[in-house]
Design a protein. Structure first.
Length: 134
C-alpha cells in the first residue's frame, strides 16, 4: 500500500484492515508509518497488534508516527498486548507525542471480547483524554 501511494504526505487518517492469517511484521508497520508522515488517526483491524505496538513504542518521534493523536486497534487476544499498549502510551507521552483518543478491542477466537486489566486501564486514563476499551 505504502509504495502504491507516492503522494501520501497529506494523508492524516488511515484505516487498515487485514483479516485471517495475514502476518504484518514490524518492518511492514515501520514502512507504512514512514509513508504517511502526517498521519493523525490510525484505525487498525488485524489478527495481531504486537508488531504495530513495538514500532509505535520504539519510534515515538516525529519521523515515524509522531503526529499520531488517535489510535484505534481491534486485534486478536494476545497476553502481552495490554501491557505493551500501556508502554506505548507512556513512552509517547514521555516525548510529547501522546494520544488524544485510544480505542482498543481484543477478541478471542470465538469473537468474544477479552477483559482489560483494571490496573492497566487506570494507567491509561491518566495519560489519554479519551480511552475506550471494548
Amino acid at each position: 500500500v505504502a509504495t502504491l501511494l507516492p503522494d501520501a504526505m497529506g494523508v492524516t487518517a488511515l484505516e487498515v484492515r487485514f483479516e485471517g492469517g495475514v502476518s504484518i511484521t514490524a518492518h511492514d508497520w515501520l514502512h507504512l508509518l514512514k509513508a504517511f508522515p502526517s498521519l493523525e488517526s490510525l484505525d487498525v483491524r488485524v489478527p495481531s497488534c504486537i508488531n504495530l505496538l513495538q514500532v509505535l513504542c520504539i519510534t515515538p518521534h516525529h519521523s515515524v508516527g509522531g503526529h499520531l493523536k488517535n489510535l484505534a486497534i481491534t486485534c486478536g487476544h494476545e497476553n502481552e498486548a495490554q501491557e505493551k499498549l500501556v508502554e506505548v502510551v507512556e513512552t509517547r507521552v514521555g516525548v510529547a507525542a501522546g494520544f488524544e483518543s485510544l480505542v482498543y478491542v481484543a477478541r478471542g477466537q470465538d469473537g468474544g471480547i477479552w477483559p482489560f486489566s483494571e490496573a492497566l486501564m487506570d494507567r491509561l486514563k491518566v495519560l489519554v483524554e479519551k480511552v475506550e476499551i471494548r
